[in-house]
Design a protein around this ligand. Sequence first.
Ligand SMILES: N[C@@H](CCC(=O)N[C@@H](CS)C(=O)NCC(=O)O)C(=O)O
Length: 89
Amino acid sequence: MTLSAIQPNDMALYHYDSCPFCAKTRHAINELDLNIELRNIQKNHQHRIELQQGGNKTQVPCLRIGQSNGKAQWLYESGDIINFLRNRK
Ligand SMILES: N[C@@H](CCC(=O)N[C@@H](CS)C(=O)NCC(=O)O)C(=O)O
C-alpha cells in the first residue's frame, strides 16, 4: 500500500498544547478538514510511551501513520507532516 492510499482514520497526531510546531500542524489539519485523532503526550502518559517506543523519541509533533499490515510509520517535523497531509488530499 502506498502512503497516499492510507485513510485519515489510520493516523494520529502526537502533540501537546504549548508546542508552537504542534499548533501549526493542528491548524493545517483543521484547514484540510481531516479527522485525525489527537494524542496529547502531556495529558496521557501512555501516549508518551507509545511515541517513545514507536518513533524512538518524544519530539512532537509526530504523525503516526498506521498501515494495513499492522505496522506504523512515525513522521516527525511539522513541515514534513503538513506537506504529507496536503499532498495526499
Ligand atoms: N523542527 C521540529 C521542531 C519540533 C520541536 O522542537 N518540538 C519540541 C516541542 S515545541 C519538542 O518536542 N521538544 C522535546 C523533544 O525534542 O524531545 C518541527 O518543526 O516539528
